[in-house]
Design a binder for this molecule. Sequence first.
Ligand SMILES: [Zn+2]
Ligand SMILES: [Zn+2]
Length: 258
Amino acid sequence: MAYLPLWREFQARLLCVRDRLPMACLMCRTRTPGGLCRYCRQAVCDSMASAQRRCERCDGLLASDSVHCADCPALTPALERVVAAFDYAWPGDLLIQRLKRRGQFSCVPVLAGLLAARCQAVRSLDAAAAPPLGVGAGAWVTAVPSSRRALVVRGYNPAGEVGRALARRLGLEWRPELLQRTRERAGQTALGREARRHAVRGLYRCTQAGVAGREVVVVDDVMTTGSTLSAVADVLKAQGAAKIWGVVLARTPQRSSG
Ligand SMILES: [Zn+2]
Ligand SMILES: [Zn+2]
């Protein structure tokens, strides 16, 4: 499969061309390259660029005198790092809701672009010559699987759509079937930290060979307490994955202390 790196390079270059094509901004409809104008991009990503200190392990908001955020103690050590493109707040939440509730697929390349830029920024903080997130070229990208009910209602997995686009941008292999759910369960939006952790216990499995010794990037749409990413990372670690990164579109800042 010697042609695969070339194919990935070609796809990444195609995306660079797309990002330069003028089209209507997703938010304000101004003609702009790539589908999100400079002002709307700044508004969406302002949370990450603001003076508020961020946790270096999971991008959560920090209290003035702390090194790690309120979510970190509950995160599994199997997670190397969690990266978020923006806070789950206006106006970035609109882009996620348009993809999740209205099936607006034009949001996918824009959201994946924001996520890729955040991954690049984390790379450049660590070492200028390192790849995004510091992952190797053989790393796999996968997404947290949707429930069957959500798949039936939507017909797609929003995290999967963004994950596939992100893998193309990072030039990494996309592995959508790496994780499966073992059962259905009710939504956990209203649950607290402990209840969430209990709800996702044993919820995921990984049966694919080849994950041992592999670096894996797991994509999800929103991180609230990190219980889902922790459960997934534990499963991958148990299968022998070398390192696991969580990459999410948004963090919910209001739950960081809850
Ligand atoms: Zn705009
Ligand atoms: Zn943290």
